[in-house]
Design a protein around this ligand. Structure first.
Ligand SMILES: [Zn+2]
Length: 211
């Protein structure tokens, strides 16, 4: 069941107070429209009715998709991070449970699972695809996000917070990575609530694997 509450925000431009709906819990079965609202960011967008200023509002959210057995947690606050991380051990074993710490990362996870892909494989592909950029710009902060459009798959690269480039990800690349996983790292493939770039690093470094 979805849960939401009305809060009040103060516009950063005109200082007027206006209401905003915070979705503590999104259940895509009872509130199917919320999937799109999370994906397109409107669930996190406040628009001041007085001056029209739009701003992103980040907040903690539980996102359940019962049809896909998905339990995704967006932890923006440290309290939610502690609480959600502790839920991993209690989860239903058939459900995919993930904790993410940004709106963008939540949207990425939904995109990945919507297309029936495995986020662990995607993290590996992101890691491999980042290497040429990191070789050229070793000191940069690089963020990479998967995005899908119809049957097409993309990786979006952000360098030092700015859009840098978008590359296509082929399904061949994906299946090859799946195969490599089975052969080489399946035993290390420990599922957990945080499947992100740090997770890939934690697997590759102790195993002495450099791609
Ligand atoms: Zn305003």
């Amino acid at each position: 069941m979805s849960l939401n509450k009305k809060t009040e925000l103060v516009c950063s431009r005109c200082r007027k107070v206006f209401p905003f709906i915070v979705w503590d819990c999104v259940d895509t079965l009872t509130s199917p429209f919320m999937k799109e609202a999370v994906l397109n960011g409107s669930a996190f967008t406040a628009c001041c009715p007085s001056c029209g200023k739009k701003e992103y509002v980040d907040y903690d959210m539980c996102y359940f998709d019962p049809e896909k057995n998905l339990d995704l947690r967006l932890a923006v606050s440290s309290e939610a991070l502690a609480e959600f991380s502790g839920c991993f051990d209690l989860k239903d074993e058939n459900c995919i449970f993930r904790v993410v710490q940004s709106r963008r990362a939540l949207q990425e996870k939904i995109n990945i699972f919507e297309r029936g892909l495995d986020d662990r494989i995607i993290e590996f592909i992101k890691h491999i695809s980042s290497i040429p950029i990191l070789v050229r710009h070793p000191a940069c902060e690089l963020e990479v996000y998967y995005s899908g459009e119809g049957r097409k798959h993309f990786l979006e690269f952000y360098k030092d917070g700015e859009e840098y480039c978008i590359s296509k990800m082929s399904m061949r690349q994906y299946t090859e990575c799946c195969r490599m996983f089975e052969m080489r790292v399946n035993s290390l493939f420990d599922d957990g609530p945080f499947i992100d770039s740090e997770w890939v690093d934690s697997l590759l470094v102790p195993a002495g694997m450099e791609f």
